[in-house]
Design a protein around this ligand. Sequence first.
Ligand code: FES
Length: 107
Amino acid sequence: MLSSHIFVCTNQKSGVGEAAAKALRKELKVQGLKSFMHEGEKHHNRVQTCDCLDRCKQCKKGNGAALVVYPGGTFYGNVEPRHAARLVREHLAGGRLVADLLLPSDH
Ligand code: FES
């Protein structure tokens, strides 16, 4: 498990991106993954907000926000705060994609 960096679009009127980012940060703390040791090195998972990620259908038509996780550049869409625990547990801790929120890489 290595450091990940999540960028959450906050370009929705509803503010769901801010709420999703906050929920993800909280989950990192709850699941003890904000910073962690791996093979003797300290790693950090970070969540930042950003402007449009060019996946706007996910932000304008659904109830959630688009976000991207690096390394890998994995895009998720229509992410709501209620999805935060699963994203952290499955993707960051488990290294597995969360299929039902995944966006195709070419849009
Ligand atoms: S408005 Fe969120 S990706 Fe464009």
